[in-house]
Design a binder for this molecule. Structure first.
Ligand code: FA5
Length: 347
């Protein structure tokens, strides 16, 4: 009787504590306290030997029944808590599939690349092919074949980034003009090419000068090419880029590889030529240098200057974008500031 009573009170206490346990670690502690190697029920079973012989079978059955009952209750409670715990965690991790997604960052072509594409298209419609040339050049193509003698200041080490100092004159090209001779050497007239690409100069940087920038070279060589052709092509370029009303201006300038040489400008589209902040009150925006290919350049690549004539021009691509889109510092193009670059996205 005593045995039954004490088992009864263990049972009541155990079930009450089990119901009160409300997380998995507490349930594990409970299991150790009642059913573990030193648990109350286990110790009770071990102590059966000290009972009088006639009480042992009934006490053993009762204790085993309690052990089975408590083990089943433990398992039921553990599963219930585990399921509740899982549900709680799932609710915390829930994804609201109705929320709008995050827009991925989409890259866009650099404004210089866009301008190169645009220029290539404009010139393709006038029959010019786009070609590319090496950025590391020899003195022969960068200077000699362009009639720039070795005592010309442009050959001075201060203007040119030298790649090789051992004697051979290997430089980063200072303009895209070396492709004039390279193109003519590779083909017979007629020639009509434009050459976009990088140029490098050992130059102090400021709002309108970079040490690395882009140019677009143009070259046309055939029989009877005249300055009128040059003017027509550049006027068409100015109109395509800046609008149908645009006029262009030629002024005398000197480049050793053209004769005559000019600088060319377009009348300012913002003020219509009256003078404003963008054109610095002059009414004109400078686009680049141009002229008729010098007979020495034609002769240097084996063309007969008595039979063939041609024109060439070179313009600064960053400066064109600056004029058209109102950018006031050339350093912005290579500055890696996404706020600047994004303004051109989709333009
Ligand atoms: C030349 O480079 C000649 N090769 C152009 C030429 C070609 C003349 C064919 C005749 C026949 P110039 O140094 O002026 O010329 O440069 C041409 C253009 O490149 C300039 O008008 C300017 O728009 C751009 N440019 C020159 N230097 C820089 C610089 N440091 N930073 C940005 N743009 C520049």
């Amino acid at each position: 009787m005593v045995v039954q009573e004490s088992l009864g009170s263990i049972r009541e206490r155990a079930l009450a504590e089990l119901n009160a346990a409300d997380d998995l670690p507490e349930i594990e502690r409970w299991e150790r306290a009642y059913l573990g190697a030193r648990g109350e029920v286990t110790l009770f079973l071990r102590s059966l030997g000290s009972l009088p012989t006639e009480e042992r079978p009934a006490a053993g059955r009762a204790a085993n029944a309690l052990k089975v009952e408590l083990a089943a209750a433990h398992e039921g409670r553990r599963r219930g808590l585990a399921a509740a715990d899982l549900e709680r965690r799932l609710a915390g991790d829930a994804v609201d599939v109705t929320l709008p997604g995050r827009a991925p960052l989409v890259g866009t072509a650099h404004p210089v690349s866009r301008m190169i594409d645009e220029l290539s298209e404009i010139f393709a419609l006038m029959g010019f092919q786009t070609v590319f040339g090496p950025e590391v050049e020899t003195g022969r193509y960068n200077f000699d074949l362009l009639n720039i003698p070795s005592d010309h200041p442009a050959r001075d080490v201060w203007d040119t980034i030298q790649v090789e100092t051992s004697g051979a004159e290997i430089v980063l090209r200072t303009h895209t003009s070396p492709m004039q001779a390279r193109t003519m050497e590779a083909t017979e007239p007629p020639v009509r090419v434009v050459v976009p690409g990088r140029a490098y100069r050992y130059e102090a940087q400021d709002a309108s000068h970079e040490w690395m920038f882009h140019q677009l070279e143009g070259l046309a060589v055939d029989e009877r090419i005249t300055m009128a052709d040059l003017k027509g092509v550049l006027r068409e370029l100015a109109r395509q880029l800046f609008g149908p009303e645009r006029r262009i201006r030629f002024r005398c300038d000197f480049f050793p590889f053209v004769e005559p040489g000019v600088d060319f400008a377009v009348d300012c589209a913002i003020c219509g030529g009256k003078g404003c902040r963008v054109c610095k009150q002059t009414g004109w925006l400078e686009m680049g240098g141009a002229g008729m290919v010098h007979p020495k350049v034609l002769g240097g690549v084996g063309y007969d200057p008595a039979r063939y004539s041609g024109f060439a021009f070179g313009l600064g691509i960053e400066r064109l974008i600056m004029m058209r889109d109102g950018v006031d510092d050339v350093r912005a193009f290579a500055g890696n500031d996404l706020r600047f670059l994004r303004q051109f996205a989709g333009a």
